[in-house]
Design a binder for this molecule. Structure first.
Ligand code: 8Y7
Length: 267
């Protein structure tokens, strides 16, 4: 899953793709590099980020979703928590709803169910503005597992097919480095809940703390954690650096799952 930020204050792009044309071009490049889905987000969820009014979020993402849905050979994911944006993006041709609130905000579950789209349900403790203040868990893996299981059941009860659900532990969303590492080690337990696991570790601040590197120098760390996550059972990797991530995953697959590697055999 390639990340396409259309925010002026995004995590790692500094809003470089806030311009719609540049965003569309970047999405096409990510697909050329091997992305199987493009995640379009117009509301920064960076710790401490302010909330974006619905009109502003729609103005940022809708033209991009509309254009990409018509021109990309892969599905467009809409990264949002707002029912209005879910509905509008679905009408514009989006193929997946990626919600860091796991459809807990008023009206979101109903909007997602009515869209008929697959959903990614992510765990987050607290809300983006305050989540990194003092994350606390008695047992982070068990608590995230129980949360994801409960949200999966809530979605099924609302009419979303089991086959259309993806789960995500939400690395960095109300978690210390120790919590993130426990979740990485505990991924096999989360995978056992059933639905495929999506992980987002690309360029995240934990990598910065563990390596001492600024956001533009976190590629190697991101690749290492992507491979660790896949080894733990993750099925979808959300990444900014798609070409490099695809190479790393392809080589990992050649070693551990030769059948999946497919072509490219040489003597
Ligand atoms: C994640 C995410 C972000 C993640 C899912 C960033 C929108 C922060 N992180 N969605 N979104 N999982 N599903 O660093 O980990 O890109 S925003």
């Amino acid at each position: 899953m390639g990340v396409l930020n259309v925010t002026p204050d995004s995590f790692s792009d500094g809003g470089r793709f806030a311009d719609h044309g540049a965003a569309v071009d970047h999405a096409h490049r990510l697909v050329d590099e091997g992305a199987a889905v493009i995640d379009v987000g117009g509301e920064s969820t960076r710790p401490g980020a302010p909330e974006v009014p619905v009109d502003e979020e729609l103005a940022r993402v809708l033209p991009v979703v509309e254009k990409l849905a018509r021109t990309l050979p892969v599905p467009v994911s809409i990264d949002t928590s707002k029912p209005e944006v879910i509905r509008a993006a679905a009408d514009a041709g989006a193929g997946l709803v990626n919600d860091v609130y796991a459809l807990r905000r008023p009206g979101a579950l109903e909007a997602a169910a009515a869209s008929g789209l697959p959903v990614c349900l992510m765990h987050m403790q607290g809300a983006p503005r305050t989540m990194q203040a003092s994350p606390e868990y008695a047992d982070v893996v068990s608590e995230v597992e129980e949360f994801l299981h409960a949200r999966m059941r809530a979605c099924e009860a609302a009419g979303i097919d089991h086959e259309r659900i993806v789960l995500d532990p939400g690395f960095g969303f109300g978690k210390t480095d120790a919590h993130n590492l426990a979740l990485l080690r505990g991924l096999p337990r989360l995978a056992a809940v059933g639905p495929p696991l999506l992980v987002g570790l690309s360029r995240k601040s934990m990598i910065g703390r563990l390596t001492g590197r600024p956001v533009e120098q976190r590629l190697a760390g991101s690749l290492a954690l992507a491979l660790a996550a896949v080894a733990g059972g993750a099925r979808i990797v959300r990444a900014h650096d798609v070409a490099e991530t695809v190479d790393a995953l392809r080589l990992w697959s050649v070693v551990y799952d030769p059948a999946a590697a497919g072509q490219g055999e040489e003597r």
